[in-house]
Design a protein around this ligand. Structure first.
Ligand code: ZN
Length: 218
């Protein structure tokens, strides 16, 4: 594989809870929409935060990709800060030579909902060719997660895929981009997996397999 760059966007940040005056500022969310700069994210019933989960999975995903010779750019460099805003995160991807952008999240849904889903932009912010690449990236990440033992959401999206029109990170991206909701932090089974180091490694391995498959082509 030639040298490739992948941008990993760990959703939210650990200090967002402390700084509503920063994260509630309205920013460009694409296609004429405005949204909050950033949000706190969800957490498990035991208080394990999504921001920390996203950060841990992203670090393990970074290591897995770098071990395969891929260069990784992160949109934040710790879980001790605030932001960056969603439009600034998108700009980090757009200003890189990224072959793929992967945004890492966990959901906070009804307790009965479980499983992952991979989101792409409903409209094509960078044209149909890039949208087709995003769709292939989503399909490969879904396969990577399924092959690692995870199940698509029983509640949201369709067989693990969902197109959304209201997410700045997708609307503003000029690169092949997906946003992954790894599981439902309010579901007991998902929460247990998402809070554990082994579970986080498993998520990272699944996404890494999908990203590598995408970069190799098929
Ligand atoms: Zn999130």
């Amino acid at each position: 594989m030639t040298k490739k760059i992948v941008v990993i966007d760990p959703g939210h940040n650990g200090q967002n809870f402390e700084h509503p005056e920063i994260i509630n500022k309205q920013v460009d969310a694409g296609f004429g929409q405005r949204k909050a700069c950033n949000t706190t994210g969800t957490e498990t019933n035991a208080g394990y935060t999504e921001a920390l989960f996203n950060w841990k999975v992203s670090l393990q995903l970074k290591a897995a990709l770098e071990a395969r010779g891929i260069t990784v750019v992160m949109t934040r460099d710790s879980n001790d800060g605030v932001g960056p805003c969603v439009n600034d995160r998108a700009a980090i991807g757009n200003n890189s030579e990224a072959a793929a952008v992967v945004s890492i999240h966990g959901d906070g849904d009804d307790a009965s909902a479980n499983g992952f889903y991979v989101m792409t932009a409903e409209r094509d912010p960078a044209g149909s060719a890039t949208a087709a690449q995003s769709a292939r990236l989503a399909d490969d990440v879904r396969s990577g997660l399924v092959n690692t033992g995870f199940s698509p959401s029983n509640h949201l999206g369709s067989d693990g895929l969902w197109k959304r029109g209201d997410l700045a990170g997708l609307n503003l991206s000029q690169k092949p981009t997906v946003m992954v909701e790894m599981g439902n932090m309010r579901n007991a089974g998902d929460a247990e997996t998402m809070s554990s180091a082994d579970g986080q490694q498993q998520y990272a391995d699944g996404i890494a397999a999908g990203v590598v498959q995408y970069l190799i082509g098929r």
